[in-house]
Ligand binder design. Structure first.
Ligand SMILES: Cc1ncc(COP(=O)(O)O)c(C=O)c1O
Length: 310
């Protein structure tokens, strides 16, 4: 449905990279589609196939007010000719509250606004079973597309990469994308994850995500030995944006022609950049996965009164 061949490998040039003898490539998954971009198509692809296979009317899923996942699900379902329902955190919101929710509604998603207390139950089996009973013709996809199919879809990125890298950097939320990368990680490559949530338990969460897919405890332990966690790049926490981060996004746009979003990819790329400057990656060939998120950047530009891209 969406063409992943648009996701090119972009080589970045900078004097600082030459100084540290690093080669930096970006896998531009943000170019897959303007809305179903980055990791979104990879995470949703097999859930949508499954919904169609099970002859469901559509998909129901969960997300916050600015959720990239929610709007991507709405657009991908419309494209696939099936319906979508989004359970949104915050019963004070409406489809007019922001651009993300407006676009969800435009793509035909039925929005159901629920209280924060109810939203907190989104992964609770009893609560989800109740929703499944209420919407028997809808296939349930967890928040962030975080299920078995999401991991498998992200693992497929490797089929599009034929270069050997010493390091791969990726932003981390639910861990679905990083676990997909880890499941297919070539030998002698290290996976560097950058959680955007403050105090996030990266390794423990990755282990529990990988257990659904691999069902082999010792193999999971062996895999996570190849993960390095960079937990100091959340800039104050999820969705928090500082002036230093804004300047970094503007610099990347200007010097590398690389648009980064303020919630995920800019923080992960900042971590990569700092690690290069501090000499920790000297001599390495590095891959950065651009996981998209650009649709949400417009709301941040409006909120902060800045322009990210030049
Ligand atoms: C743009 C973007 N990058 C990275 C992530 C993190 O991916 P994951 O939740 O699979 O760890 C997300 C969240 O889904 C996202 O929207």
């Amino acid at each position: 449905m969406f063409d992943t061949s648009k996701s090119i490998l972009q080589k970045l040039d900078a004097a600082i990279f030459n100084k540290h003898q690093v080669e930096v490539f970006v896998k531009r998954d943000d170019l897959i589609h303007s809305v179903v971009s980055g990791n979104k198509w990879r995470k949703l692809k097999y859930s949508i196939a499954q919904a169609i296979h099970q002859k469901c009317d559509g998909i129901f899923t969960f997300g916050g007010a600015f959720s990239n996942h929610l709007v991507a699900t709405a657009a991908a379902c419309q494209n696939a000719g099936i319906k979508s329902i989004g359970f949104v955190r915050g019963n004070e919101l409406s489809s007019e509250s922001n651009d993300t929710l407006k676009r969800c509604a435009e793509y035909g998603m039925q929005l159901v606004f629920i209280s924060r207390e109810e939203y907190a139950l989104r992964n609770d089996k009893v609560y989800v079973d109740e929703l499944k009973n209420e919407y028997p013709l809808y296939y349930c996809v967890p928040e962030g597309g975080s299920n078995y199919f999401g991991v498998i879809g992200c693992q497929e990125i490797w089929t599009e990469i034929d270069t050997q890298f010493e390091a791969v950097f990726v932003a981390q939320g639910t861990t679905t994308t990083s676990c997909g990368l880890l499941a297919g990680l070539p030998p002698s490559t290290k996976l560097h994850v950058v959680p955007v949530l403050k105090g996030f338990e990266s390794i423990e969460t990755m282990k529990s995500t990988l257990r659904w897919v691999l069902m082999d405890e010792s193999f999971v332990d062996q895999l996570v030995d190849n993960v390095l966690v960079h937990s100091d790049f959340h800039f104050g926490g999820y969705g928090k944006v500082t002036s230093e981060l804004v300047e970094f996004i503007q610099m990347c746009s200007k010097h590398f022609n690389l648009p980064l979003d303020p919630v995920y990819t800019s923080k992960a790329f900042f971590a990569l950049y700092q690690n290069i400057i501090s000499g920790k990656l000297n001599g390495q060939k590095i891959l950065f996965l651009h996981t998209g998120g650009l649709q949400g950047a417009v709301s941040y530009e409006k909120k902060l009164g800045v322009q990210f891209y030049v």
